[in-house]
Design a protein around this ligand. Structure first.
Ligand code: SPV
Ligand code: MG
Length: 358
């Protein structure tokens, strides 16, 4: 890990954030030591050091970013993987869905391109812009403080585009990014008979190297769509090993087969050079237990279960209200307004009003 020693001037909003996030207790609980020139009442120990502070872009220093650095996010992810306790990441397309995933106990959040595309009523074929996805992801991080794994699709272009994207997602406070070896504009993976075109291994390895060269501590996850493109196990393994060899922290190997046989075959032959990420949408029986038993899977992604459950819930409620001409039949089956107020953190709004409205 690189260690930096720099001075920062604590001004404006950071003055509020730092005492909360970097208290003497949080510093003592970590191996951080801090140097700050922040005035006479500074509670921090002068002459010490701190690490990986993203000073380059002051706009990026929001509370979520600060929290993420203090929590040493990649350390948490790596520790879970090392213990063979696969992380389960639940898909989300909004801060609200992200909050519900955290509430349900998921260790990580999958900022899914498929889900966000569906939210906008669009196909997952590169129609939602990179900045729209980044903005929504940033808001998920801000509202939850969760471990967010961002789905960057193809990285919106070549290695140059990806390098800028990696920096932006790291500033947004993401724990990891995943970039796939498909050509831009991509075709959504699970569609029957879809056009699936992959870039060359050499070009993709260049993209991974570019991503690794600019990241500070965020995990860089490679993803091969070799199975999805019908290229078979040998090609999936050849690409996967090359991506891991290039330094990828994890490898997502995707499959749209209707059983887990294809993925299980891959896992059996995988060298274990890096942990795998599995997306068992089409073979949902493959879950936490199978992932842990394999000893090679670090992350299981439930990639589209937020938007699919939301669609089903809305459809049923809308149909019932329309049929009855009143909301009475659904009232006890849908979330209460109090529930929504809680998700909106209205208690905090009320506390702020009580203290500061004059
Ligand atoms: C996503 O959720 O956007 C994914 C997984 O990339 S999949 O849609 O299965 O390709
Ligand atoms: Mg995707």
């Amino acid at each position: 890990r690189r260690r930096h020693t720099r001075y920062i001037s604590v001004t404006g909003v950071q003055t509020c954030a730092l005492p909360i996030l970097l208290t003497p207790e949080t510093i003592a609980a970590s191996d951080l030591t801090i140097t700050m020139g922040c005035g006479e009442n500074c509670p921090y120990v002068p002459g010490a050091t701190y690490r990986d502070w993203p000073l380059e872009d002051p706009k990026g220093q929001d509370d979520a970013t600060v929290r993420r650095i203090v929590a040493d996010i990649d350390g948490r992810v790596r520790a879970l993987i090392a213990e063979h306790r696969p992380i389960e990441a639940m898909a989300c397309h909004s801060p609200l869905s992200a909050k519900l995933a955290v509430e349900a106990g998921f260790e990580a959040l999958w900022a899914s391109g498929f889900e966000l595309s569906a939210l906008y009523g669009l196909g997952d074929v590169g129609l939602v812009s990179a900045s729209e996805h980044l903005e929504m992801t940033r808001r998920m991080v801000e509202r939850t403080g969760g471990l967010v794994i961002a789905d960057l699709d193809t990285g919106a272009g070549n290695a140059v585009n990806l390098a800028y994207g990696v920096e932006a997602y790291e500033r947004a406070g993401c724990a990891a990014i995943v970039v796939e070896d498909k050509d831009f504009p991509k075709m959504t993976s699970l569609i029957e008979g879809g056009r699936q075109e992959l870039i060359t291994t050499a070009e993709y390895v260049g993209k991974i190297e570019a991503a690794l060269s600019v990241r500070k501590s965020m995990l860089i996850c490679a993803r091969t769509e070799a199975f999805v493109a019908g290229l078979g196990e040998d090609e999936a393994l050849r690409r996967g090993e090359a991506y891991a060899e290039a330094g990828a922290d994890l490898l997502l190997v995707h499959s749209k087969a209707k059983t887990s046989a294809e993925i299980e075959g891959f896992i059996a032959r995988w060298s274990g050079r890096c942990p795998l990420m599995i997306v068992p949408t089409n073979f949902p029986e493959f879950g936490r237990a199978a992932a842990a038993a394999s000893g090679k899977v670090g992350v299981v992604i439930w990639a589209n279960h937020a938007v699919r459950s939301a669609v089903q819930g809305m459809r049923e409620a809308f149909a019932a209200i329309r049929a009855a001409g009143s909301a009475a039949p659904v009232e006890s089956r849908i979330a209460s307004t109090k529930d929504i107020f809680d998700l909106q953190e209205m208690e905090r709004v009320e506390a702020l009003e009580t203290h500061y409205l004059r």
